[in-house]
Design a protein around this ligand. Structure first.
Ligand code: 0RA
Length: 648
């Protein structure tokens, strides 16, 4: 008696209830990403129909009540009674986990990873779900709800049988669901995320029409994504704002061991590589085996052409993979079964068989295309670009070796006009980088040569913005700075070799001075970040005015201070305004700007330097308005703003 009671009392957790217990296991998160995952599950089912040639159009509608509708014109979910489950196919699809494959696997290849558990999970995590199937001239309808019973929720229960509701000449499936606000942090899907995803799917599946309607806005909005060119259109779109170096997008596809790949490539004159890869329509932003195979294939094919034509005579080996990818925009779309996703965000393909398959597809497809007589100019452009990349790489390496060598020679005579100090204590030595030869001259005479070194800069230094390391290293002024500091640069930078405790930038308090300062800070920020981070970089502040009365001399650093000083002095003073450092004689420069007990210097923080980098971009760019705006408001170490206020 008691025993049978116990047996009946055993609670078997319904599959859908298990989903609610651990939503993370099925959709990753219950945040925004997980919420949109619900929509993906449904859209993916429609995409599977489309991929197998049964559907042409998928429509997503955001409804006013926060529910979402997805309509496809595929075959419609089967409505017949399932042999073993003894219920209509529709009900199986929405209430049984992993039911997707129980139908006809032959028609149902390529459902990827997290996706494919599908419709039942969506039902389990919704308040309610309604489905309409248009099939064999009939409309079928069924509704599911999450029901609360004695305080616990039972997920996705059918509240109607599958009903026939009249006839139709349409074919397909329409699913509407309301995500459960007891599961998700927020159930409002984001228009931008959906639109981006539908656009991506339209690119990845050429000829499929993706429609997006938003009925939540005051004016209902609708967008259609349709690309007859597929991946070729995708690459053109990605390169819209760049300059391509060959007009036709390279496209090929192939299949090896049941793994299919479509690949589109176009090179631009930019220095970056942008590869976007997908597996079963899912973005693999962390890359993985298919990308490795792709890169290996590209390197092999292009290197074969280089060798065959004997194009590159560089020493130190031939071209490397990266040489062939500078400026490359590529989209790789792979379709395969039994996908394994790895990595931090599960967006990295792990299947080893994908590497060899894709490499082989690329080797054959790319070679074939580039051998084509019509594509010889494209081939030439690509190979020339790779070779010049390799040459630049070589040059940069040589230049780096050069500075490294220079730095290793402790007492080597320094190039340029550095006046080094006599003392050898890097804990107290100071390097002044001074704008202009005349100020440099005064500084050299006025300094304490025991611990102060002077490096005059003639004109503006090279703007490092948009310059590559080799170009920076080719610049005499920067080479001198690098040599003087002794630290090396970039990856080779070693703070322990620093020969000066303080690197002090001395420039005029005008626009040119601000510009020079910004360029230098940007250089340090980009290539010697630690120098700033460890607090070795300073801005020197030269006075703006000298006030004299009788034997009293005062140097004034701001206009605020000037007003006060004039009051104190009373009548009969003489005022000199310094237009630049060059107007000061050596004694004055020492007194006001260099003497450690009297001067005022400002230490540069990383934030200042980051700001300076932005400033350089604007100063160098052609947006006149923002340039003016920036120069006049950028006040960190710049008294330009004060000049403006005074109308000087
Ligand atoms: C199982 C089997 C078949 C189609 C589908 C599921 C199917 C599911 C969804 C979900 C949204 N739209 C859908 N369209 C189809 C194949 C049925 C057949 O062989 O006729």
């Amino acid at each position: 008696m008691t025993k049978s009671y116990e047996v009946n009392d055993i609670q078997v957790l319904d599959g859908l209830d298990a989903v609610r217990l651990r939503p993370g296991m099925y959709i990753g998160t219950t945040g925004l990403r997980g919420l949109h995952h619900l929509l993906s599950e449904i859209v993916d089912n429609g995409m599977d129909e489309a991929a197998n040639g049964y559907a042409t159009t998928i429509e997503v509608v955001l409804n006013r009540d926060k529910s979402i509708t997805v309509i496809d014109d595929g075959r419609g979910i089967p409505v017949g009674i399932h042999d073993t489950m003894k219920m209509p196919g529709v009900q199986v699809v929405f209430t049984q986990l992993h039911s997707g494959g129980k139908f006809n696997t032959e028609h149902y290849n390529y459902s990827g990873g997290l996706h494919g558990v599908g419709a039942a999970v969506v039902n389990a995590l919704s308040r309610w779900l309604e489905v309409e199937v248009y099939r064999d001239g009939m409309i079928y309808y069924q509704r599911f709800e999450s029901k609360e019973e004695n305080g616990s929720v039972h997920a996705g229960k059918p509240v109607t049988d599958l009903e026939m509701r009249g006839s139709t000449d349409k074919q397909g499936t329409k699913i509407t669901f309301l995500p459960d606000d007891r599961i998700f942090d927020d159930i409002e899907m984001k228009e931008e995320i959906i639109a981006k995803r539908l656009k991506e799917l339209a690119f990845l599946n050429k000829g499929i029409k993706m429609i997006f309607k938003n009925n939540r806005t005051v004016e209902p909005a609708s967008e259609i994504f349709y690309y007859s060119g597929g991946l070729v259109d995708f690459v053109k779109y990605l390169n819209e704002d760049k300059s391509a170096i060959h007009s036709e997008v390279i496209y090929f596809e192939g299949e090896r061991d049941g793994i299919k790949a479509q690949i589109a490539i176009q090179y631009t004159d930019s220095y970056t590589e942008s590869i976007f890869s997908y597996v079963n329509n899912i973005p693999t932003s962390e890359g993985g085996t298919h990308e490795i195979g792709f890169k290996a294939g590209v390197t092999r094919v292009l290197n074969d052409f280089v060798k065959k034509q004997n194009l590159y005579k560089g020493k130190n080996g031939g071209l490397i993979g990266e040489d062939f990818r500078e400026g490359m925009t590529a989209v790789i779309s792979v379709k395969m079964n039994n996908v394994q996703f790895e990595g931090q965000t599960k967006t990295k393909l792990g299947n080893t068989e994908a590497r060899t398959a894709i490499e082989s597809i690329v080797s054959e497809g790319l070679q074939h295309i580039l051998e084509d007589i019509d594509n010889q100019s494209t081939l030439e452009m690509i190979l020339n670009k790779a070779i010049s990349t390799a040459m630049v790489r070589e040059a940069a390496r040589k230049a780096k070796d050069l500075t490294r060598k220079k730095n290793s020679l402790e007492s080597a005579p320094l190039v340029g006009k550095l006046a080094s100090c006599t003392g050898r204590n890097p804990k107290i030595n100071e390097l002044f980088i001074v704008e202009g030869d005349s100020a440099g001259g005064s500084a050299k005479q006025g300094r304490d040569r025991q611990f102060q070194a002077i490096l005059p800069l003639r004109g503006k230094p090279l703007n490092v913005e948009k310059k590559r390391l080799d170009q920076v290293l080719a610049n005499e002024e920067f080479r001198t700075i690098i040599s003087a500091l002794g630290t090396g640069i970039d990856e080779d930078f070693d703070i322990n070799k620093l020969k000066y405790d303080k690197v002090i930038i001395l420039s005029d308090a005008d626009q040119d001075g601000a510009h020079i300062r910004a360029i230098l800070l940007t250089f340090f920020f980009r290539y010697m970040k630690e120098l700033i981070a460890n607090g070795h970089v300073y801005i020197g502040m030269a006075p703006l005015y000298k006030i004299e009365k009788g034997d009293k001399i005062r140097y004034v650093y701001s206009d605020e201070e000037l007003k006060k000083c004039i009051k104190e002095m009373g009548r009969g003073y003489t005022l000199q305004r310094y237009k630049g450092l060059g107007e000061m004689n050596p004694e004055q420069l020492w007194e006001t700007t260099m003497n450690p007990v009297k001067r005022s210097i400002v230490r540069v923080s990383i934030e200042d330097a980051a700001e300076a980098e932005k400033l350089v971009t604007i100063l160098m760019g052609d947006k006149i308005d923002s340039r003016r705006q920036y120069i006049t408001t950028y006040a960190n170490f710049n008294r330009q703003d004060i000049f403006q206020e005074m109308g000087v």
